[in-house]
Design a protein around this ligand. Sequence first.
Ligand code: NAD
Length: 261
Amino acid sequence: MTADTALDPQTIATAARLIADRQRLLVLTGAGISAESGIPTFRQAQTGLWARYAPEDLATPEAFAAHPERVWSWYQWRRTLIARGGINAGHRAIAGFEPRFEVTVATQNVDGLHAAAGSTRVAELHGSIWRERCSRCDTTLEVPVAEPADETPGYCAVCGAMSRPDVVWFGERLPAQAVETADAALARAEAVIVVGTSNRVYPAAALVDAAVASSAPVIEINPEATPVSGTVDCRLAATASTALPAIANALDGASAGRYDQ
Ligand code: NAD
């Protein structure tokens, strides 16, 4: 299936029909939904200055311990990309599902773009790049969503030690409250949309596995196939910014009864 064929009206209508008459939606998102904001996913090649580093060599406690300035510099670069890129039509379409549905977004992204688009219930499974946490005393600090003035590290206002981005690095635990919110939303969800995630980064990918195993219908939006593509109820091999607005537009005529006539 190609991205073009997936956007045929029939497939969009099927996706819309799967959610139209439900109330509680869970939307699971990964780096792909922000790719069209110009923020590379971890599987896309790093660009420019950072091409020689794998994200796995920058987003770890070990990397921060060995090269804190390098890690900070990378995060400041990513903050710049996010601040410049801003939200896209995919983030907007998800926010637009409220108030028609009770929507919970559980995201692996650290960019804050779902909240920026207006989504009101967002579980940030991997933390936020717009928050810093002291590496010594754990004091946290929200930072303005803006291009950083320079690449230098943040320092704790309380104890003076170097802060780190309050994100989940490879090998670290997910924040308990975000996991609880996502689990509770999955338990109540009447439909699940999985968008822009490779479904390979655990433990977040376990939520997708659990969604597929649940009775709720699952729609997947991703130009590339993932480990769950063969088992979801509706697969859209398309980008987030084309598929999500198309589903939103199709919703009005898509209650299950009308579609089946
Ligand atoms: P991933 O990089 O493993 O996979 C991204 C997925 O998005 C791929 O399957 C790809 O096919 C898909 N994709 C690419 N462009 C798309 C588009 N336009 N529309 C829909 N799908 C698209 O990302 P992941 O599974 O989210 O996990 C990797 C880790 O990277 C996560 O831990 C996440 O925290 C982190 N990350 C976050 C950001 C961000 O905050 N924006 C960016 C990069 C990586």
